[in-house]
Design a protein around this ligand. Structure first.
Ligand code: PDD
Length: 295
């Protein structure tokens, strides 16, 4: 049974009780993070805590802890859930505006509700490593502040469900004919010799994995461009990747039933995926980096 952190206490997840008047439940008035850990050590924790602070500030929820207190609390949660069968854990962390009589406007004195819980991160299955995953495209019907990591995810849920029903791993979203991101991931493409991804605008979550992957690609010598991507360019990409803290870097080899590039995970994905694996805590001694150059 996994242990959760809830408003100051560590207890079995099943014993957590959340009020029906919690604004996270009633209004989706809350923000969240998903933070990966490998072999008991967090990966990119500072970046996740910085984004949490930005999300909280954007919706004017008081951050209940500073970075040091968050780090200690989350390290304790990992220790409570240490299990050699699942060495790699993602921590889901949610902060709501708190419990108050139902009223859309902010309550005067609510205390933020804090929940953190873990779930295993599994290594990429061999089949995905060799064959990749399918994705579909769909209309981006989300609100105008997708840069805030808010729990109001109904449009994301519906998009992902469409993908699942069509045997795909993700829905890649388009707004006015331009790529934004996946239902729960950022999207990167290899296109005309460059690694390309939409710039950080309110229509895109500033993904922690996205940022790390762009840095790794630059270090490997691949040219990188953060610029708008049209639906047509998406259809012509040699490689398409999805990035997230839990799925790492997923190669998309079928988009709307058509093969992407050669229909197999591409060489740039291979190189950057290897570099990402080597950058994770607990990684075996690094393999030498492959040189990049034009893609
Ligand atoms: N989601 N875009 C969206 C809409 C996301 O929900 C996520 C991650 C990302 C990738 O962000 P990061 O690399 O920081 O994980 C992009 C998490 C994993 C989730 O909702 O479970």
């Amino acid at each position: 049974m996994s242990i959760a952190y809830f408003n100051g206490a560590y207890l079995p997840l099943e014993e957590v009780r959340i009020s029906p008047l919690d604004r996270g439940f009633l209004f989706g008035d809350s923000v969240y993070e998903v933070i990966p850990s490998y072999a008991g050590e967090f990966f990119l924790l500072t970046e996740h805590l910085e984004r949490l602070q930005r999300s909280l500030a954007a919706v004017r929820i008081r951050n209940p802890y500073d970075a040091g207190a968050w780090s200690a609390l989350l390290a304790e949660l990992l220790a409570c859930n240490a299990d050699p069968a699942t060495p790699d854990l993602g921590v889901y962390l949610q902060v709501t505006r708190g419990v108050a009589p139902r009223d859309h406007a902010f309550p005067a004195n609510a205390q933020p509700t804090i929940l953190a819980m873990v779930s295993p991160i599994r290594p990429l299955p061999d089949r995905i490593r060799t064959e990749g995953v399918a994705a579909i495209t769909g209309e981006d019907r989300r609100w105008g502040h997708c840069d805030i990591k808010a729990t109001t995810l109904l449009a994301n849920v519906l998009a992902r469900q469409s993908a699942t029903e069509q045997g795909a791993a993700e829905a890649i979203l388009l707004r006015d004919g331009q790529l934004t991101e996946g239902a729960a991931s950022n999207v990167l493409l290899v296109l005309d010799g460059q690694l390309v991804t939409p710039p950080l605008e309110p229509s895109v979550l500033p993904g922690v994995t996205r940022s790390r992957v762009l840095d790794l690609a630059r270090e490997l010598g691949y040219p990188v461009a953060e610029r708008p991507v049209s639906e047509n360019e998406l259809a012509q990409a040699a490689e398409i990747w999805l990035t997230s803290s839990t799925r790492e870097i997923l190669p998309v080899t079928r988009l709307d039933e058509r093969a992407v590039g050669g229909g197999r995970p591409g060489p740039v994905w291979q190189a950057v995926h290897t570099a990402y694996q080597n950058a994770k805590p607990g990684a075996p001694a690094s393999e030498p980096m492959q040189s990049g150059g034009a893609v």
